[in-house]
Write a protein that binds this ligand. Structure first.
Ligand code: AMP
Length: 198
């Protein structure tokens, strides 16, 4: 057993971030490093939300199809609710897709202060845009239209990169940069070796 960890994953759309989150989660469980791993994906929360017929969900659906980020108040409230419902003192958190704006980074920092999580590990899967586009076109998700892809790249540059930069040179955050152009297994192996358990 290792002490409960807090991980944030960053990576351009199509970088294989979701797959690597799953592999890390499995690794932690299989090796008995953590008996409780909380995987949080705001993207999945939004996909659930739009299945329900409501005024809010119709607005969310529209924003999502266009590939834009949802407003901070909705996203932060979804993320905070996951923590409220599921977080225990010994829970390892893996955050996939949150925070994605500077405002969300500030909110995240506030939450982690509240829960006395003073060591956050950021895993940044680095991949160039051309390779990311190629991979996304193979995936075929509802928001993987040309317009959706283009807007998600814009959001990445405009909001997600500043959200990650927010943590740079701040105490309490370690950033691990991983080469995302490798095979799924090699990316996973690089993550595990860089985390050097722990
Ligand atoms: P993902 O599955 O992480 O690619 O997210 C799919 C969609 O959900 C995004 O295009 C956004 O519309 C929304 N979304 C997910 N996470 C966030 C976030 N942290 N902030 C704002 N919107 C988000």
């Amino acid at each position: 057993m290792i002490k409960p960890q807090t991980f944030i994953f960053y990576g351009i759309v199509g970088s294989g971030k979701g797959t690597q989150v799953e592999l890390l989660q499995k690794y932690l469980k299989d090796n008995n490093f953590s008996d409780d791993v909380l995987f949080t994906s705001t993207g999945s929360e939004f996909r659930e939300l739009i299945k329900v017929d409501s005024y809010t969900s119709s607005k969310v659906k529209n924003t999502m199809e266009k590939g834009f980020l949802q407003p901070n108040f909705l996203t932060t409230s979804l993320f905070a609710n996951i923590l409220i419902k599921n977080l225990k003192e010994n829970t390892t958190i893996i955050a996939d897709g949150y925070p994605r704006t500077v405002e969300q980074s500030e909110a995240f920092e506030d939450m982690m202060n509240f829960y006395d999580r003073n060591e956050v590990k950021i895993i940044y899967i680095e991949l160039d845009k051309e390779e990311a586009i190629k991979r996304m076109k193979l995936r075929g998700r509802a928001d993987d239209t040309d317009e959706g892809i283009a807007n998600r790249f814009d959001e990445y540059i405009k909001n997600v990169v500043p959200s990650m930069n927010y943590f740079m040179n701040k105490g309490g955050y370690t950033i691990y940069t991983i080469n995302g152009s490798q095979s799924i297994n090699d990316v996973h192996t690089e993550i595990i070796s860089k985390l050097n358990f722990i």
